[in-house]
Ligand binder design. Structure first.
Ligand SMILES: C[S@@+](CC[C@H](N)C(=O)[O-])C[C@H]1O[C@@H](n2cnc3c(N)ncnc32)[C@H](O)[C@@H]1O
Length: 277
């Protein structure tokens, strides 16, 4: 059964809800695209009218489906070394500083929260591998989580199209990727990089998170756009709890913690450090 056409009035209702809860503005001209995406999702979960789907996502208990809907309307875009100046800053300044402070047991723990198709955690893993090459006995792990299981499956396979050549420096490409044989080409993450990353499903809206920390750094980039101010504060409280003293938090290039949580201090554009209370 198809739900028929999404009327302009129904679309407006969804638009203002999405604007209010996630700060995402959908233009009036996107009605048909929105209708198509939502209708496909409704079919998957057996909801037959747009009205019923609206009730589901606006319900107090509808956090999971709300996140799913936001995922469909927002751009799940990512790339290797996205925001590469931030990655260089972390590699050149923060990772060496953390390693220096751990004189004996060098245990590094990072988290890519909202990891999408895996490019972000594998980029972190490459930096960590590079920075720890000369350091004996480093136990490093990158936890990579997302709400979207399909993205996690793709991420976990670690196979990427040939276009990664444009995102990954050629030295890293040869060190950490193996060309896939066959006409379409592409690359597969090598096992020694893959084993640094642990993929898990985690909905950031479901706090407290099932881990103990302490974490040395968290990448929470381009994911908070999905959440209300209150949800953002709750998520940041969890990040604060899980970070080690002095641990860092990276946001997306257009994001900031202004007015959200003052227990983090800005150390560089979109990079924060936990202020110990
Ligand atoms: C735009 S991508 C960002 C990817 C990466 N962090 C980056 O900046 O390149 C946003 C990701 O957040 C995930 N996401 C959305 N809502 C979420 C939630 N409630 N919990 C966990 N992940 C969520 C989406 O599935 C998507 O993969």
């Amino acid at each position: 059964m198809t739900p028929g056409e999404l009327s302009p009035a129904e679309y407006d209702r969804f638009r203002s809800f999405i604007q209010k809860t996630a700060g995402i503005s959908l233009s009036p001209g996107r009605r048909r695209t929105f209708e198509r995406k939502i209708a496909r999702r409704m079919k998957e979960i057996g909801v037959s009218t747009f009205g019923a789907y609206y009730r589901l996502v606006t319900d107090e208990d509808g956090a999971d489906e709300r996140a799913r809907m936001l995922e469909l309307v927002a751009i799940g875009q990512t790339s290797f070394f996205r925001g590469d100046r931030q990655f260089s800053f972390v590699a050149e300044n923060l990772i060496p500083e953390i390693l220096e402070k751990k004189p004996v047991k060098k245990r590094l723990r990072f988290w890519s929260a909202g990891c999408s198709l895996g490019q972000e955690p594998y980029s972190i893993a490459m930096l960590v591998a590079e920075k720890t090459r000369a350091v004996a006995a480093v136990d490093a792990k990158i936890l990579a989580t997302d709400i979207n299981e399909e993205s996690l499956r793709t991420a976990s396979r670690g196979e990427y199209p040939k276009a990664v050549e444009e995102q990954v420096p050629s030295l890293y490409l040869s060190r950490y990727f193996k060309p896939i044989k066959g006409p379409s080409g592409g690359y597969r993450v090598r096992p020694r990089l893959r084993k640094l990353v642990v993929f898990r499903r985690l909905n950031l809206l479901q706090a407290p998170y099932p881990m103990a920390g302490p974490l040395d750094g968290v990448w929470l980039r381009n994911v908070m756009i999905y959440f209300s101010q209150e949800d953002k504060r709750r998520i940041l409280r969890e990040m604060h709890r899980l970070l080690a003293p002095g641990g860092f938090l990276c946001l997306g290039g257009s994001e900031s913690l202004l007015g959200l949580d003052d227990r983090f201090s800005l150390i560089r554009h979109a990079v924060y450090r936990k202020v110990d209370a």
